[in-house]
Design a protein around this ligand. Structure first.
Ligand SMILES: CC(C)(COP(=O)(O)OP(=O)(O)OC[C@H]1O[C@@H](n2cnc3c(N)ncnc32)[C@H](O)[C@@H]1OP(=O)(O)O)[C@@H](O)C(=O)NCCC(=O)NCCS
Length: 167
């Protein structure tokens, strides 16, 4: 697949100007944008309750996992990362490890654009784990079609696509 196959724009023809972001394949840009991704992660962590115990560092971004470079995405605005989605391949589909948006770009559709593009390109079941108190993330995932499937031993929620709502 060519990297340009991932290029996606949120620009619309509506009268009200919309923020524009492009989606890039993680493997194509991680070397070039690694410092910016680490910085974005730091800012996202500082601005968010219930994200994670600590922000990812360089080694977390570059750690090799099956399919990570192909499945993961970076949203850029004027060439600078505005958000990212990190995933890896699993036997039945994929696991979504992390989604984050730069606080300056929140509520502009960056994360939902990342998740929608990722799901459209990823066959099978997609799983993730989320803190039950992380309301923005749960709203994002629920709107994208994820459903709660259980609770981890650490008290986090397990979510997956392609499942019926958990009661
Ligand atoms: C969760 C997060 C990724 C959302 O990013 P975003 O780019 O602002 O999300 P979007 O603009 O695509 O919003 C999509 C939908 O998610 C929900 N949502 C996003 N932020 C929300 C908030 N603060 N409160 C309630 N719902 C929210 C809404 O349903 C929203 O749609 P709407 O704006 O049309 O109402 C962002 O808040 C973030 O980076 N948080 C820290 C990292 C994190 O917690 N990641 C998830 C766990 S790995």
């Amino acid at each position: 697949m060519r990297s340009s196959d991932w290029t996606h724009s949120t620009e619309t023809t509506a009268a009200v100007p919309q923020p524009v972001h492009e989606l890039r394949r993680f493997g194509d840009v991680v070397d070039e944008l690694l410092d910016e991704l680490v910085e974005l992660e730091q800012h996202a962590h500082e601005a968010s309750d219930h994200y994670d115990t600590g922000p990812w560092q360089r080694e977390n971004f570059v750690r090799d996992l099956p399919g990570k470079r192909e499945l993961s995405l970076v949203a850029t605005v004027s060439g600078t990362p505005a958000g990212f989605l990190i995933a890896s391949r699993r036997p039945d589909g994929a696991h979504l490890h992390r989604v984050a948006t730069d606080p300056r770009h929140r509520r502009t559709g960056v994360a939902s654009g990342l998740v929608a593009a990722f799901l459209a390109r990823t066959p099978g079941v997609v799983t993730l784990v989320c803190d039950p108190a992380n309301r923005p993330a749960l709203a994002l995932y629920t709107r994208a079609g994820f459903r709660v499937t259980g609770t981890t031993p650490e008290g986090k929620l397990s979510l997956a696509t392609g499942t019926t709502p958990h009661r």
